[in-house]
Design a protein around this ligand. Sequence first.
Ligand code: SAH
Length: 343
Amino acid sequence: MNKESYKKKNILSYDPKELSEIVSGFGEKAFRARQVFGWVTKGIESFEEMTNVPAKLISSLDQVYYTGLPDIITEQRDKDGTIKCLYEFPDFTRVESVFMRYKYGNSICISSQAGCRMGCSFCASTLNGLERNLTAGEMFGEVLKMIKLTGEDIRHIVIMGMGEPFDNYDEVSKFLRIIHDKAGYGISYRNITVSTCGLIPAIKRFAKDFPQVNLAVSLHAPNNNTRRKLMPIASSYQYNELIDACKEYTKQTGRRITFEYALIHGVNDSTEDAEELAKHLKGWLAHVNLIPLNKVKEKKYEGSRSNAVVRFRDILEKNNVPVTVRRTLGSDIDAACGQLRRI
Ligand code: SAH
């Protein structure tokens, strides 16, 4: 990417309607906007690649916009097929994304912010706080650059990388709409998952705005006390209020919620913890995803022992709470949950 791009705007941040305004501003016909949208959402790295677009429009666009893909600073590959990229945007802001191979297809975990201000005590993304929000186009760029790198299709997106997506609600929503648009990339909403640490007002808004996008909520505790020790956000939104908001979400949308629960040795992994969690989550559309904590070197916490993981899972199952233990991908290259960082 030409570093002069920092003076330009990211073309991937515009939906077809906005693009048609841009294109008509340059004195071109509206159908040109559809062509441009089609090209840029395929991941071109120069406007010159748009072979059926007039040279005059290409040069007008090039003066104000750039094609939106970040540079790859480092690329690490795990033997399980996972690839982690450290990307850089034109203003030198850096974020990480992770490409994962599953039986059902390829998936990418993207960042929604550079850094994070939520301060969860076990997570690497929060070290050094929030640098800035990413734009819709930058999030799209993370996906398209990974497709370029791998030469493979990506049909599942999780917004579970660095950052709190609901702390950047407007740009995340815009990204969802643009990447879903049939005139471009056209990904199904059902193949996208957004993960939040539990910002209740945004959960309510999301139920209305995107009832088909999957929602994951990072719970990590069976009660308010334990949650407050791990996640500062728990001081703003009480545990029971969060559970109620989630129940309401499932009623409104008819969709289940996945609760992420990082099992931390001696902190939230006892039999009592499992019983208490089961009480909150049984009988409604809740599913638990247990993630044995991934080690972050600056943090004191350790992942639960494997027998504690099995015991925790069994108690939830016994209580008829659907549960899976997340297969950890990419931990050899620090690409697993909670290990993404800028520093
Ligand atoms: N801010 C959002 C999304 C990013 S984190 C959220 O909180 O949901 C993605 C998931 O990884 C979250 O569930 C997060 O709590 C979890 N996580 C963070 N640090 C972790 C670690 N060290 N080991 C395992 N999971 C971790």
